[in-house]
Structures are given as structure tokens and as C-alpha cells.
Design a protein around this ligand. Structure first.
Ligand SMILES: Cc1cc2nc3c(=O)[nH]c(=O)nc-3n(C[C@H](O)[C@H](O)[C@H](O)COP(=O)(O)O)c2cc1C
Length: 219
């Protein structure tokens, strides 16, 4: 039995590119002995008081903790347990306001309060495979007017690769707003190509993830 953890951060349920690409990845990876844990932060964000509660809770005697501290510590342990219990990971996250999803940021802030994931400790999930899906409404390549304005993808990678020490494959999909933005009309053919490429890459990475989990389960 292998287990896959999937995190969604899009604030949309319908029409979400990250969810569509992640769905395809999961479908390509699926097999009877694969269980899937879903943490849908877009649909159910973590409470904004959880992080401060989890940061200061450990410095407060257990019988004097506030409800926010108790909740924060419990939630931190829950999300840490979810990662520890999984063999592979999918993170489906958008670019918002040239930066990261606040829901994902809240999640990682809370995760790092748990003693097992605390900064300075060896990541307990080091070396496990992960797929990072990032959707962006615009384009940020070298020729784009806003080249350098994507302040999200680098940070997502930094946290997953250098802090959690996961083996990450990145699947990006740019120009997702082209179809609904008149000023981006000329970019629609490129947007369609980007989406098809990201979907194909997701399916390919779903299959490679499944193969890797099979090898790990047999070892
Ligand atoms: C509130 C909000 C802010 C956004 N900010 C940006 C942005 O700064 N740059 C960009 O390229 N796209 C931006 N977008 C577009 C999203 O990145 C794009 O729609 C992406 O596909 C969202 O992921 P989803 O399709 O899974 O919902 C924004 C979208 C929303 C809803």
C-alpha cells in the first residue's frame, strides 16, 4: 500500500487549472493500492490564528493554553502527520498578486512549528518524490514585460526542495487568463499550447510517480 498526499490551494473549484492538471496527474498515478490524502486549502483554509497559537503554545504551560494555542498545536500535528504518512506529494498552487498563495504560506508556516519539521532539524520526508504544479494568469519568461515578477515559483521550490528536501518535478502553466482577458487575445494559441503541454507533462509525471512507488513498495 502506498499513499499520495495532494494539496490544493486554488480559491476556485470550477475552472481551476491547477486542479485540472493535478486531477490528470492523480488519474495517471492511480492504482488500487494507492490511497490519497487531500488537503484542500482553497476550500478549507487553515484558521489565521493557528500559526501564532502553534508558535507560542509550547512556551505556555499546557493547562494555561488559549483555545487558539490548543487548536494551532493540534492542527500543526495533524498536517505534519499527513506528510509523514505519505510516500509522495502533489502541490497544486497558483500565482496570486505576483506572489504565493496565502493558504499555502499559512500551511507551511504551521507545518514548520511542529517539532518534527522545525527549522534546523533533518527533514523527516527527505528524498521522497513530489510534483509541484504552478498556474499563472500571465507569462513571465525572459521576453515577457513582467519577467522577474513571478515571486512565487522560486519560493515554492525553495521550501519544497531546500527546506523539506523533497525531490520535486515542476509543472508550470502560464497564460491561463488569456481566454478571459481581451488584451491577451493574441496569446490564446500559446496559452492553449501551454495547457496541453502541462496536462501531458502531468500525465507523464503521474506515471513516473506510480512507477517509483511500485519500486519502493517492492523493496
Ligand atoms: C486574486 C487573484 C490574483 C491573481 N494575481 C495574479 C498575478 O499577480 N499574476 C498572474 O499572472 N496571475 C494572477 N492571477 C491569475 C491566476 O494565477 C490564474 O488564474 C491561475 O490559473 C489560478 O489558478 P487556478 O486556475 O488553479 O485557480 C490571479 C488570480 C486571482 C484570483
Amino acid at each position: 500500500m502506498s499513499s499520495l498526499f495532494r494539496l490544493d490551494a486554488s480559491i476556485r473549484q470550477d475552472g481551476s487549472f491547477t486542479r485540472d492538471i493535478a486531477d490528470r496527474l492523480v488519474a495517471a498515478a492511480a492504482r488500487p493500492d494507492l490511497s490519497i490524502t487531500i488537503r484542500d486549502l482553497g476550500n478549507a483554509p487553515l484558521p489565521s490564528t493557528a500559526w501564532a497559537g502553534a508558535v507560542f503554545g509550547p512556551y505556555t504551560p499546557a493547562d494555561q493554553r488559549t483555545p487558539e494555542q490548543v487548536e494551532g498545536l493540534t492542527l500543526a500535528a495533524t498536517i505534519a502527520d499527513e506528510l509523514l504518512a505519505s510516500d509522495a506529494y502533489i502541490f497544486a498552487v497558483p500565482l496570486y498578486n505576483y506572489g504565493v498563495s496565502q493558504h499555502f504560506k499559512a500551511w507551511i508556516d504551521l507545518l514548520l512549528t511542529d517539532a518534527r519539521f522545525a527549522p534546523g532539524t533533518e527533514s523527516p520526508i527527505a528524498g521522497r518524490p513530489a510534483r509541484l504544479i504552478v498556474a499563472k494568469g500571465g507569462g513571465y519568461g525572459p521576453q515577457a514585460p513582467r519577467h522577474g515578477w513571478d515571486h512565487a515559483t522560486g519560493w515554492y521550490m525553495r521550501m519544497l526542495v531546500d527546506v523539506l528536501k523533497l525531490e520535486v518535478e515542476l509543472i508550470e502553466c502560464e497564460l491561463t487568463l488569456a481566454d478571459v482577458t481581451p488584451a491577451m487575445e493574441s496569446l490564446r494559441p500559446q496559452a492553449a499550447q501551454n495547457l496541453a503541454a502541462a496536462q501531458a507533462r502531468a500525465e507523464e509525471h503521474g506515471r513516473s510517480l506510480s512507477a517509483r512507488l511500485t519500486i519502493a513498495a517492492a523493496a
